[in-house]
Ligand binder design. Structure first.
Ligand SMILES: Nc1ncnc2c1ncn2[C@@H]1O[C@H](COP(=O)(O)OP(=O)(O)OP(=O)(O)O)[C@@H](O)[C@H]1O
Length: 244
């Protein structure tokens, strides 16, 4: 196993509140590294801290040999890290294609190939390719937001709840895309939908109350009634499709 990103004992405040109080995360290369945890556990804040939107008080964030903790968000993105936040911003009056082109400021020979790769990865986007993004369905919008991050070919991509608000069929399609991406990039996936997390995840980190409380193989967690109950409050017989 080879870690691309190593987060160690991260602490961070938002305003006067201590939000992260000991988050550690070892992100394995060419794998889907899932972060699970109840509402408010600190999952989104962990991604925002890795991206430099929240300054850590303590701890290290190491990408290969570079310490990211003192870099600006722009510098972190330039290291090849893509980020899809919850409720990602889109340019509502531009078409899908124009939204993706904005994410590729340096036009080059491979631009057309990258756009067609995104159409292959998200067939649901192809039908809406020339429509204004403001007219897309929730699922198409999520896919476009994800494609906007992936089109610039990040080495590492942080994805915050891509399944949020989507029907089971669209969650399946997002899962298909994630599984295909595993060979090309490294993924950190924050997910509340346990079914999607279990289907796609190779490794899992569970956060609770701003701390890492479990880390291991996804299948080991998903197949253990005791671990699921203890760390996530899930019952094995009812867990598929459940939110946390
Ligand atoms: N801007 C903010 N001001 C004050 N508290 C905040 C702010 N952002 C987040 N928090 C608090 O920090 C804690 C962690 O939030 P975070 O969004 O990281 O959790 P999460 O695990 O991603 O939860 P969810 O699954 O509900 O999105 C929560 O208690 C939240 O209320």
């Amino acid at each position: 196993m080879e870690a691309l990103l190593e987060v160690k004992d991260l602490y961070a405040n938002i305003g006067q509140f201590s939000i992260l109080q000991g988050v550690s995360l070892s992100v394995q290369k060419n794998a889907i590294n899932v972060i699970l945890g109840r509402n408010g556990a600190g999952k989104s804040t962990t991604l925002r801290t890795i991206m430099g939107y929240v300054r850590p008080l303590k701890g290290t964030i190491q990408l290969d040999s570079t310490n990211l903790s003192n870099l600006t968000t722009y510098q972190i993105a330039r290291k090849g890290i893509g980020y899809m936040p919850e409720d990602a911003n889109i340019f509502a009056n531009l078409t899908v294609e124009e939204n993706l082109l904005i994410s590729m400021p340096n036009r080059e020979a491979r631009t057309a190939k990258r756009l067609s790769d995104m159409r292959d990865l998200f067939p649901d986007l192809t039908v809406a390719w020339n429509r204004q993004a403001g007219t897309l369905s929730g699922g198409q919008r999520q896919m476009m937001a994800l494609a906007s991050v992936l089109v610039s070919q990040p080495n590492l991509v942080l994805i915050d709840e891509p399944s949020k608000g989507l029907s089971p069929l669209l969650v399946e399609r997002i899962g298909d895309a994630l599984v295909q991406l595993r060979t090309e990039t490294t993924i950190v996936l924050v997910e509340q939908n346990f079914f999607l997390a279990k289907r796609t995840g190779d490794y899992v980190t569970v956060l609770d109350d701003g701390q890492t409380v479990y880390t291991g193989d996804m299948q080991a967690l998903a197949s253990s009634e005791d671990l699921l109950q203890h760390y996530l409050g899930l019952q094995l017989q009812t867990k598929d499709g459940m939110g946390l």
